[in-house]
Design a protein around this ligand. Structure first.
Ligand SMILES: NC(=O)c1ccc[n+]([C@@H]2O[C@H](COP(=O)([O-])OP(=O)(O)OC[C@H]3O[C@@H](n4cnc5c(N)ncnc54)[C@H](OP(=O)(O)O)[C@@H]3O)[C@@H](O)[C@H]2O)c1
Length: 325
């Protein structure tokens, strides 16, 4: 496993981190607890020292599992968790009031719950789970986190970008509010390369890449016949003709690595690590096989320039109607 510096935190983090959403046993269908515990142990055995979780991953279940595993092991592991806004639209609308979604009382109570679940007295990285640029002018929730930092409850402060407006955090990065940003960056979603990633590099903000597999499709294992069970959020994410469109695009990407030893999961993870602003990528990991396959990617050789250039053509602007269907 190779390690990189997480921006201005100075922390040395494993290139491959552990995305701990699915092990919360919510939104991803059935997830046996033994698989989750074994996966966490195996990932740590293989050099992972960075885990990303959240309050919302199984209502704290993911955090509690991580705490159990860390209690049994002595090595230094950095855990990033997230505080979501109080009940209301997700992502927050431009009309949401900061004081209603992230009041000081609410943030304080929520952070106390994170500390209890993680069984610690100080959180390594506390990320606000989502944001709206409507709050940029006077980002009071980040000032509240600064207070908690001064009180020793959290070490570093981050935001996880809202999917529809990832660039909303750039202004905050420039103004020095953030130690880390968690961002969607993958072969389909390459927009962060325009400004967010270069700004992170310039201002020494640590970059945590999420959803490198675009919720699994970029592993190349889904087909037109794939059916997601009830209770699995991918049933909605890939609803209607989305699965068909995404599979078609993945088939085109597979042609780029035909005749090489690279697999799609390897390509998807290595693609993100090729950007110099990226400190760690956190694939969702549900079992030992995935822990082994994903951690091994760190030591693979870099992708060559020619392949990287060809991958740029697979960027997919899905959020806008201009591109048509
Ligand atoms: N708003 C936010 O802040 C936010 C949102 C989303 C995610 N996240 C974070 O980012 C992490 C990663 O995102 P994600 O888990 O949503 O999606 P992802 O990393 O794009 O995909 C993860 C899924 O791909 C499959 N997989 C993993 N490794 C594989 C391999 N080597 N070969 C084949 N299949 C493999 C697994 O599902 P199956 O085994 O079921 O196929 C796994 O759950 C999350 O765990 C979470 O920590 C944060």
């Amino acid at each position: 496993m190779r390690y990189r510096t997480l921006g201005r935190t100075g922390l040395k983090v494993s290139e491959i981190g552990f995305g701990a959403w699915a092990i919360g046993e919510s939104w991803w269908g059935t997830q046996p607890e033994k698989d989750s515990l074994d996966a966490l142990h195996r990932a740590l055995d293989l050099g992972v020292n960075f885990i990303d979780t959240a309050a919302g991953y199984g209502n704290g279940k993911s955090e509690r599992l991580i705490a159990r595993v860390l209690k049994e092991r002595r090595e230094e592991v950095i855990v990033a968790t997230k505080t979501p806004p109080a009940a209301g639209p997700w992502p927050p609308s431009p009309y949401c009031q900061m004081d209603e979604r992230y009041s000081e009382k609410y943030i304080r109570n929520n952070v106390e719950e994170r500390l209890r679940n993680l069984d610690t007295d100080c959180i390594d990285i506390l990320q606000l789970h989502t944001w709206t640029r409507a709050w940029n002018r006077n980002p009071k929730p980040l000032d509240i986190l600064k207070k908690l930092q001064a009180e020793g409850k959290i070490k570093y402060i981050g935001i996880s970008t809202p999917e529809h407006d990832q660039n909303c955090v750039i202004d905050l990065m420039r103004r020095g509010y953030l130690d880390t940003v968690q961002v969607i960056y993958n072969i389909f979603e390459q927009e962060p390369a325009a400004e967010l990633l270069p700004t992170a590099k310039e201002h020494h903000v640590g970059i945590i890449v999420r959803v490198a597999f675009d919720e699994g499709i970029l592993t190349g294992k889904y087909s037109l016949n794939t059916k997601f069970p009830k209770g699995d959020f991918r049933k909605n994410y890939f609803a209607g003709d989305r699965l068909q469109r995404a599979v078609r695009r993945v088939e085109a990407i597979k042609k780029e690595i035909a005749g090489t030893d690279l697999t799609m999961p390897q390509l998807a993870l290595k693609f993100t690590l090729m950007h110099p602003a990226v400190s760690t990528v956190i694939p969702g990991i549900r079992n030992v096989t995935q822990a082994e396959a994903n951690t091994a990617v760190s030591e693979l050789p870099d992708l060559n320039e020619d392949l990287l250039k060809r991958l740029r053509r697979h960027a997919w602007l899905r959020a806008f109607w201009y591109a048509g269907k």
